[in-house]
Design a protein. Structure first.
Length: 248
């Protein structure tokens, strides 16, 4: 039989232990917040802008919970990094609205084994999201200044499976082809033929097609033995694709 004294002592010890654990948890949460002050804002972005709309792919949602979007925008925009809108990244270019990045990513239906090509690296945010979801990511940026910054940023965040190149994405990345997924994050008026050739059979290509500085149509191409199947997802607005595509 437990004496009353021992019972009170054990109870006291249990209460002290519970209090210590709770304090430890609180301290850990505080440390995490100090380490990443945007964790709450990012969680809010995922809930309100993605889950509450039509982003249902759990892997995509997990990637958005993980990638620090604030690290991909200029310092002066860091506090707005998790807002429901695109932001300027310099050189007249923008990082797309989180929802648009998520929608295009979800449309690629990645399982984790794929090689993916992105045209239009910009800040490198979309490339980092893809880096979480595919085996290898190849991304091309026309403006060498943006390509250089994005490459350094992705490197410092540890994205070893994301490869950045400065150049005209119209030509794709033939040395690394074929790709199971291709995503174009600037808007061409017509689909660049070299990219169709670099798409694997069964692969998907997601692109906003349409005129410069007007609404475009988010289009999904699927490559089959018999040719390309096409479907439309809805309207969108992207900066124009420049370079060789304009000479077609
Ligand atoms: N995906 C980016 C946003 C892209 S903005 C992000 O996550 O931040 C579109 C980018 O496409 C711009 O940086 C623009 O310079 C680039 N671009 C335009 N034409 C291009 C081309 N022909 N090849 C590669 N990049 C191009």
């Amino acid at each position: 039989m437990l004496s009353i004294k021992k019972f009170v002592l054990y109870k006291f010890l249990a209460v002290v232990l519970a209090a210590l654990c709770a304090a430890g948890c609180k301290e850990k949460m505080k440390r995490e917040e100090r380490h990443d002050p945007y964790q709450t804002a990012r969680e809010q972005m995922v809930r309100v802008q993605l889950e509450a709309r039509d982003i249902t792919d759990e892997r995509v949602l997990a990637a958005f919970r993980k990638v620090p979007r604030h690290a991909f925008v200029p310092d002066s925009y860091q506090t707005s990094a998790y807002g429901d809108f695109p932001l300027p990244i310099g050189e007249d270019q923008t990082i797309s609205q989180p929802y648009m990045v998520a929608l295009m990513t979800q449309l690629l239906e990645l399982k984790g084994t794929e090689k993916v090509l992105e045209v239009g690296t910009g800040s490198g945010y979309q490339a980092a999201i893809l880096g979480e979801l595919a085996a290898e990511v190849y991304t091309i940026e026309l403006l060498s200044g943006l390509a250089e910054t994005a490459e350094k940023r992705l490197d410092s965040l540890g994205y070893k499976n994301v490869h950045v190149k400065a150049g005209d994405g119209y030509l794709g990345w033939p040395e690394a082809a074929p790709f199971e997924g291709i995503i174009i994050t600037c808007a061409p008026e017509k689909l660049p033929q070299p990219l169709v050739e670099q798409l694997a059979i069964g692969g998907r290509l997601v692109v906003p097609i349409g005129p410069q500085h007007r609404a475009q149509t988010l289009t999904i191409y699927t490559k089959q033995d018999t040719g390309l199947a096409k479907r439309y997802e809805g309207g969108c607005y992207f900066v124009p694709m420049r370079g060789l595509v304009e000479e077609e």
